[in-house]
Every structure is written in structure tokens, then in C-alpha cells.
Design a protein around this ligand. Structure first.
Ligand code: NDP
Ligand code: 8X3
Length: 258
């Protein structure tokens, strides 16, 4: 296992779920953490918790990855000591709505495409040139089983994760010949705020998504991300597909009757 001590890890979407779990996992290995999300108060609370847990080097970035100019400005304004990113966890993402395509909300579609696809690209475009220049780096992109098989009512979210898969593979091809590694981590159902966000804050509807089965936890996914990041430098884990034992693919679940 390669040491992560003092390595700079940039995690987008660190204010909740998988990104937050990654922050704890990387902090436990002594990494320096650059933590980004839109909700500043969440990031501040996270900083207190991480500091209490022993983390020493933290920098917060209030950032909406949908906003190209904001990403560029935030990146350019970063203190020099935080710009040499070793590991980028491209995690910020969301689903909105569960609708037949011809009845879907165009605002929902735009938010998903702008965050999951364009946001990932904007952040990558800012960070990767420095990795190539320094001759070190690892990009871990959050995909999904939704990118493998489209499920009913989820066409646009699934399309964004299919796009992530294409971008991930393209990045790996374009970085061939450099030591920069590229990994897609593709979980199935993980219990986070994901469903609450999908249903625009309807917590009862969100809770039903996880009823009658044992979903993955955010910590399970962070564990896989940490594993990929700590392989020897010549080992590139291209893709990790992972689900709870109660899920076989995008739409086949073992749900116990309630
Ligand atoms: P959460 O809703 O718990 O966390 C999502 C994170 O993304 C939050 O920190 C949120 O922060 C951030 N985020 C959303 N939009 C933006 C934006 N425009 N700019 C910056 N940050 C943003 O969900 P998860 O942890 O489950 O999701 C994380 C990733 O994992 C996503 O890419 C998701 O698609 C993927 N995934 C999730 C699965 C699941 O079942 N939960 C399964 C497979 C993949 P804030 O709102 O403060 O900006
Ligand atoms: C999140 C998993 O199946 O809810 O990417 O879309 S799913």
C-alpha cells in the first residue's frame, strides 16, 4: 500500500455522502485535504469534525462545479501550496427527478448534465495539466451502475453516468504515456442524501428507496476509492463496479417484503 501522508487530495462534493466519507478515509491516512462543495456551513462543520479526529491540513473551497467561470476563478485563487493536487476525487453529482423522458423537467436535466458531466470536465481541465507537468497524479471519477444499464424513469441521470464512463476512458487514453492514473468507481445503490436530492427534499419518498434491503454505505465506497488510490504507482485500476449483495444490476434488487 502506497502512503498518502502529506499528499494533496481534492474532493468535490465533500459536504455529504460519499465525498464526506472520502474526507474521513483520506484524513485517517494523513493526507492534506482540499474540500469543495456549495454549502459552506456543511464544509465548516466537516472541518471541525475532521480536526477533532486529528486531521491537520485542510482547505475549504465553496464551489458550484456547474459554473465554469467560478471553477476557473476558484482554481486561480487557490494558495500555491494547495495547487499541486496529487489525487482528484471527481465526486460532486446528483440526480433530479424520476420521470418518463417525455414528461421530465428540463431544469432537472440541465442541473444533472451541468453538474455530473460539465462540472466534472471543468474541474478536470483545471487540475490535470498540473498533474501532467509534475509527472504524478490520480483522478478518481464517480460513475455508477446507472452508467452500465439505463433504468426506467432515469434516462437522463443514467446518460450522465454513461458520459462519465466515456470521459473516464478518454482521460485514461489521453494520459497514456504519463504516470497519471485514472479510475472510475461505479457503485450501485448507496444510502446518502442522493435520493432526498433526487426527490427535491421529499424524505419519506427517499427513505422508501432503501426499504427492505441493505444498501451500500458511503464508507464502503470511500474504502474502495482509498484502495484504488493506494495501489503501487504502476498499477492503474480502470474501473470498480460495486453493489450491495441485495443488488444485481441497475434495476434488479432483492427486496424483502415490509
Ligand atoms: P449526496 O447528495 O449525499 O452528496 C452529493 C455531493 O455533491 C454533496 O456534497 C453536494 O454538495 C455535491 N454537489 C452537488 N451538486 C454540486 C455542485 N453543483 N457543485 C459542487 N458540489 C455539488 O450524494 P452521494 O454522496 O450519493 O453522491 C456522490 C456521487 O456519487 C455523485 O456523483 C453520485 O452520482 C454518485 N453515485 C451515488 C450513488 C448513490 O446511490 N448514492 C450511486 C452511484 C454513484 P453541495 O450540495 O453542498 O454542493
Ligand atoms: C446512483 C445509483 O441506481 O440510484 O448512481 O441510480 S442509482
Amino acid at each position: 500500500m502506497v502512503s498518502l501522508k502529506e499528499q494533496i487530495v481534492f474532493i468535490t462534493g465533500a459536504s455529504s455522502g460519499i465525498g464526506r466519507a472520502c474526507a474521513f478515509a483520506f484524513a485517517a491516512e494523513g493526507a492534506r485535504l482540499l474540500l469543495a462543495a456549495r454549502r459552506r456551513e456543511r464544509l465548516e462543520a466537516l472541518r471541525s469534525e475532521l480536526t477533532a479526529a486529528g486531521a491537520k491540513h485542510l482547505h475549504l473551497l465553496t464551489l458550484d462545479v456547474q459554473q465554469r467561470t467560478e471553477v476557473e476563478q476558484a482554481w486561480n485563487a487557490l494558495p500555491a501550496e494547495w495547487r499541486s493536487i496529487d489525487i482528484l476525487v471527481n465526486n460532486a453529482g446528483l440526480s433530479r427527478g424520476l420521470d418518463k423522458l417525455h414528461q421530465g423537467s428540463i431544469e432537472d436535466w440541465e442541473e444533472m448534465v451541468d453538474t455530473n458531466v460539465k462540472g466534472l470536465l471543468y474541474v478536470s481541465r483545471a487540475v490535470i495539466p498540473g498533474m501532467v507537468e509534475r509527472g504524478r497524479g490520480h483522478i478518481l471519477n464517480l460513475g455508477s451502475t446507472a452508467g452500465d444499464i439505463t433504468y426506467p424513469l432515469g434516462a437522463v441521470y443514467c446518460a450522465t453516468k454513461a458520459a462519465e464512463r466515456a470521459v473516464n476512458d478518454g482521460m485514461r487514453q489521453d494520459l497514456l504515456g504519463t504516470p497519471v492514473r485514472v479510475t472510475s468507481v461505479d457503485p450501485g445503490m448507496v444510502e446518502t442524501e442522493f435520493s432526498e436530492v433526487r426527490f427535491h427534499g421529499d424524505r419519506d419518498r427517499a427513505a422508501k428507496v432503501y426499504q427492505g434491503l441493505t444498501p451500500l454505505t458511503a464508507a464502503d465506497v470511500a474504502d474502495a476509492i482509498l484502495w484504488a488510490a493506494t495501489r503501487p504507482p504502476h498499477v492503474n485500476i480502470a474501473r470498480i463496479s460495486m453493489t450491495t449483495i441485495d443488488q444485481a444490476n441497475s434495476y434488479l434488487f432483492n427486496r424483502k417484503p415490509q
